[in-house]
Design a protein around this ligand. Structure first.
Ligand SMILES: [Zn+2]
Length: 424
C-alpha cells in the first residue's frame, strides 16, 4: 500500500460512529464486526475525513483548531494502526473479521432476533427510566413486606431440606424457572429496543463450565452508560415482575406455596448480582462506573501497583476511583482464590486425577455402547464439572501473571531495566 500526504482518506461505508460517554466515541465497523473506542480528538479527525480533503488539508484544518499534527503523523494515524486494521479507513489491504473472544462458549441460538422483536416492542414501555426505577423499587418493597409478613423462614429451610415436596410442585417450580429465564432474556432485549439498540438472538451457552441462557445485547454499546445500566438490570426486573404477579395471586387466593416459590426464584436471581463474575451485576457495575472493561482495568491496576512497588512506575493512586478499582481487583482475585481452594478442598481426588477420571469414563462409554446407562452418564458428567471448573479458573487466573513473569524473565535475560508501559 502506497500513500502520500496528498492522498484522500475515505471512511468505509460500513462504519458508524456513535457517542459512548462524555469524552469518547464508539466506531462500529458493521461488516467486519469490529468495535473501537476513540477519544474526542480522534473523532474530530474522522469528522474531517469526508472523502474530499487530502491529508495535507486535514492536517492544516486540525492545526487551526490547535490539534497540532503533521501530515506524516496523520498518515501514520490513519493508515498504520487500528483504524486500517479494523477496516475503518478504506485501503487495498485485506481486513480480518473480528474473532469472537466471547466469554460464552458453545453458543446455541434458541430464538432468532426477528422473532423477539414484536414481544420486545410490547414490553419496552417498562424500561422508561423513571418508570423502571420507581416500579422496580415498589415491587421490591412489596415483595419484602410479603416475605416478612407471611413467610416462616424456619419452616422454609425445613421444607427445602425435606422430601415432602410433591412431584407436581417440583414440575411447577421447573416450569417457573424456565419461564423466569425466558422473561429475563426478554427483559434485556426489550430494554435494548426501548433505547434504540437492536436486540440480538436469545440462546444457550456455557460460562466457565456453567450452562447459561443469554440475550445478545452487543448493540447496546451504542447506548449511553446510564441507559446501559437499565439494559443490564432489565432481566432481573422481569424476574421481580413475575414474582410480584405470583405474590399478587397468593394475596388473592391464599396459596402460600406461590410465595415460597417467589422466594426460591429470587434467591436464584440474587446470584446474578455477583459483581465478580461476568453476570448482570458485573455489567451494571461496569456501566455505572463508566468502565466497560472493568475486569481488564482492575487487573491492569493490580499490575501497575506491582510495577509501582518495583519502583518502575509512578503511583497508580491519583483519584478515589483508583482506590476503588484496586479494592475491586483485590476482592475479585481473593474470590477466585477462595473458589479455587474450596473446589480443591472438596474435590481433591477428582482434581488431581482428572486425566485418569476422563479416561475411565471414556473407556466405560465405549465398552457399554450403545447400552449406556443414562443415570450413570449423568452422574459421571456431574463428577467432571468441579475439576474442569477448577482448571478453567486456574488457567484464567494464572494467564496474566504468567505473561508478566515471562516478560520479567526476558528483560532479565537481555539485561533490560526499562519499564514496560501499561496502557491505562
Ligand atoms: Zn441477564
Amino acid at each position: 500500500m502506497k500513500v502520500d500526504e496528498y492522498a484522500i482518506p475515505v471512511i468505509s461505508p460500513d462504519v458508524e460512529i456513535v457517542p459512548f460517554d462524555k469524552t469518547t466515541y464508539l466506531v462500529l465497523q458493521h461488516l467486519y464486526k469490529h468495535q473501537l473506542r476513540i477519544s474526542s480528538q480522534l473523532y474530530r479527525v474522522l469528522e474531517l475525513v469526508d472523502g474530499r480533503r487530502n491529508l495535507h488539508e486535514i492536517a492544516s484544518e486540525l492545526n487551526k483548531e490547535t490539534h497540532l499534527i503533521e501530515p506524516n503523523g496523520l498518515l501514520e494515524l490513519l493508515y498504520t494502526g487500528r483504524l486500517t486494521q479494523c477496516g475503518v479507513i478504506q485501503t487495498s489491504n485485506p481486513v480480518a473479521p473480528r474473532v469472537s473472544t466471547s466469554y460464552l462458549k458453545l453458543r446455541l441460538t434458541l430464538i432468532k432476533s426477528r422473532h423477539i422483536m414484536p414481544l420486545a416492542r410490547l414490553c419496552s414501555f417498562l424500561f422508561t427510566p423513571r418508570f423502571f426505577y420507581i416500579s422496580g423499587g415498589l415491587m421490591l418493597i412489596g415483595l419484602g413486606w410479603a416475605f416478612l409478613h407471611f413467610v416462616n423462614f424456619r419452616s422454609f429451610s425445613v421444607l427445602i431440606g425435606s422430601n415432602s415436596v410433591n412431584s407436581f410442585s417440583i414440575a411447577f417450580l421447573y416450569g417457573m424457572f424456565y419461564l423466569s429465564t425466558l422473561l429475563h432474556e426478554l427483559g434485556h432485549a426489550s430494554a435494548c429496543r426501548r433505547f434504540g439498540a437492536t436486540p440480538g438472538d436469545i440462546g444457550f451457552g456455557f460460562y466457565l463450565v456453567m450452562p447459561v441462557f443469554y440475550a445478545d445485547v452487543s448493540d447496546a454499546w451504542r447506548v449511553p452508560a446510564p441507559q446501559r445500566v437499565i439494559i443490564d438490570l432489565a432481566g432481573l426486573y422481569m424476574e421481580i415482575l413475575l414474582c410480584t404477579v405470583l405474590c399478587g395471586v397468593f394475596l388473592l387466593y391464599g396459596n402460600i406455596a406461590l410465595l415460597y416459590m417467589c422466594l426460591i426464584l429470587l434467591l436464584r436471581t440474587y446470584g446474578n448480582l455477583n459483581p465478580f463474575l461476568r453476570m448482570d451485576g458485573y455489567w451494571a457495575l461496569a456501566d455505572a462506573l463508566g468502565r466497560p472493561n472493568l475486569r481488564q482495568d482492575s487487573i491492569r491496576k493490580l499490575l501497575s501497583c506491582w510495577h509501582w512497588l518495583r519502583k518502575r512506575e509512578a503511583s497508580p493512586f491519583q483519584k478515589l476511583s483508583d482506590y476503588l478499582l484496586f479494592l475491586y481487583a483485590l476482592c475479585s482475585q481473593l474470590m477466585i482464590v477462595a473458589l479455587l481452594t474450596t473446589v480443591l478442598f472438596f474435590n481433591t481426588k477428582s482434581v488431581l486425577l482428572l486425566p485418569s477420571l476422563v479416561w475411565s469414563i471414556g473407556v466405560k462409554i465405549i465398552r457399554s455402547y450403545p447400552d449406556i446407562n443414562l443415570t450413570w452418564l449423568y452422574t459421571a458428567i456431574l463428577e467432571l464439572i468441579p475439576p474442569i471448573l477448577f482448571y478453567v479458573l486456574l488457567i484464567n487466573f494464572l494467564a496474566k501473571p504468567a505473561r508478566e513473569l515471562s516478560k520479567l524473565l526476558q528483560s532479565f535475560l537481555v539485561g533490560k531495566s526499562k519499564a514496560t508501559p501499561i496502557p491505562s
